[in-house]
Ligand binder design. Structure first.
Ligand code: SF4
Length: 197
């Protein structure tokens, strides 16, 4: 895609001192301003807070941003938050990309310069990546929720029971003539000395 059409906003989160205590967040934002396709780069104390999200929404609406990069924590934690913020501002939520500079930088790198350099690299990668994103639409499809579990060892049995308790149909297959796997071959188990079978 032609970079002249890309308008990316980069948001570098302090997470209080969780990130800012180790990473020079202002320097990361300054670095991001020099990247191709980046229109705005800011650092902010708590990006997932309501004012943090409002900042992103306002920039999308007032500056026509069409890509968002949030450099903060793991996407497991807040990707839905920032995707939702983008959607609320009228931007396809899949034009949002996170760079994990907390778990992957400030929490694991002691040296401030190294943590900052690594954060810059992750932000640069996220900016490059999000340029290539395409708008996706969520849809719901009918699916067969029955589950086939191959192997009736302790893990297979436990999984089958959990799924069955959740009301799912389970097919548990085992190539041997009996179930239980290695566990069933043991005499007793430590520390309770229960019969393994
Ligand atoms: S977005 Fe993540 S890194 Fe930033 S303040 Fe919230 S929890 Fe912390």
């Amino acid at each position: 895609m032609n970079h002249s059409k890309i308008k990316t906003g980069v948001y570098v989160c302090h997470c209080g001192t969780n990130i800012a205590g180790t990473v020079d967040v202002a320097a990361v934002a300054e670095f991001a301003r020099g990247l191709a396709g980046v229109s705005i780069a800011r650092d902010y104390t708590y990006m997932c807070s309501d004012p943090g999200q409002a900042l992103i929404k306002q920039d999308i609406q007032e500056n026509g941003l069409n890509r968002i990069v949030v450099a903060s924590c793991s996407p497991l934690m807040h990707e839905p938050t920032f995707r939702r913020a983008c959607a609320e501002a009228g931007l396809n939520p899949f034009f949002c990309q996170m760079a994990n500079i907390r778990e992957h930088c400030s929490w694991v790198v002691d040296d401030r310069t190294q943590a900052t350099t690594k954060s810059c690299s992750l932000v640069a990668a996220a900016v490059r990546r999000v340029h290539h994103h395409v708008p996706l639409e969520m849809r719901q499809v009918e699916m067969n929720q029955s589950t086939l579990i191959v192997g009736a060892g302790i893990a297979g049995i436990e999984t089958a029971l959990k799924l069955a308790e959740a009301g799912k149909q389970v097919y548990l297959v085992e190539r041997e003539s009996s179930i239980g796997g290695h566990m069933a071959q043991l005499y007793k188990t430590f520390p309770t000395l229960d019969c393994a079978a």
